[in-house]
Design a protein around this ligand. Structure first.
Ligand code: ZN
Ligand code: ZN
Ligand code: FE
Ligand code: FE
Length: 264
């Protein structure tokens, strides 16, 4: 099974599991490596309560160390962060990168302005929004995130479909500019299996996006985005099938920024 690099810890206030339980789950799922990438602190002070705060970074590194001790000789443990792409965040991300010798940083678009559009709390805002406009803005931000070169992996590419809001017609008009920016950036994207368990009932990204990404030579990782031990490596066989269907034959590995591959 491929490596699972997108997983959370209780430090973000909405995930559960002790490091030992997460490692046991990774071993049971048979993933080749276990990567920890909790929601990173954001720069301009504290906002929203679903991420770790800056003062918790030492505790986060301790958590990772506990996972390493438990995993020793059984499965490699990698460490990173899932960082929010916010306007003007580049110098903050550069600072986070210097905080530790991370294996990778994941960049995610969860915000359009100050709206964390994937938060079920703000579903009402969706009802008032023009889906085409939200999608346009989302993909513009996604492309800008790729162009920033701040990240190694770009998270859950079409998260904007989470609650099943999809524009009519051919969606390639949104995908293609983003694909082009990602391909130029050299970043990897993830096939995130959490989407299968959300209202959209589809992996992030869709098969069509994956096919375009494959055609453009964009490298891939597969990840569960687990927020609990039971979710580690979830649906990986199904994800492998989807990735193969899109033409992928390998996934990427990260070791302190150094890239490797493993066959699918
Ligand atoms: Zn989360
Ligand atoms: Zn580390
Ligand atoms: Fe995310
Ligand atoms: Fe996540």
């Amino acid at each position: 099974m491929p490596a699972d690099y997108h997983t959370h810890t209780p430090l973000c206030h909405h995930a559960m599991g002790e490091p030992e339980e997460m490692i046991d789950a990774a071993l049971a799922a048979g993933v080749s490596e276990y990567g920890i990438s909790d929601h990173a602190p954001v720069g301009e002070g504290y906002f929203d309560d679903w991420r770790m705060t800056y003062d918790k970074l030492p505790q986060y590194l301790d958590w990772i160390e506990r996972a390493r001790v438990h995993a020793k000789g059984r499965i490699p443990v990698r460490c990173g962060l899932e960082c929010d792409w916010l306007s003007g965040c580049e110098s903050w991300i550069a600072q986070l990168r210097r905080e530790h010798d991370w294996d990778y940083l994941i960049g995610s678009v969860h915000y359009l302005g100050t709206w964390d559009f994937d938060n079920p709390q703000w579903l009402g805002r969706w009802a008032e929004s023009d889906v085409d406009e939200v999608w346009s803005l989302y993909w513009k931000e996604y492309a800008a995130m790729a162009e920033s070169q701040c990240f190694d992996i770009l998270g859950h590419p079409d998260l904007v479909k989470k609650f099943q809001h999809r524009p009519l017609g051919d969606l390639r008009r949104f995908y293609e500019p983003a694909i082009e920016a990602i391909a130029i950036s050299g970043c990897a994207i993830e096939l995130n299996t959490a989407g299968w368990h959300k209202p959209c009932a589809e992996a992030y990204p869709s098969l069509e996006f994956l096919e375009l990404a494959r055609g453009a030579g964009i490298p891939l990782v597969i990840s569960s985005d687990s927020h609990a031990p039971s979710e580690v490596g979830r649906d990986f066989p199904r994800a492998i099938e989807l990735a193969r269907q899109a033409g992928y034959t390998e996934t990427l590995l990260f070791d302190r920024g150094k890239r490797g591959t493993e066959p699918l």
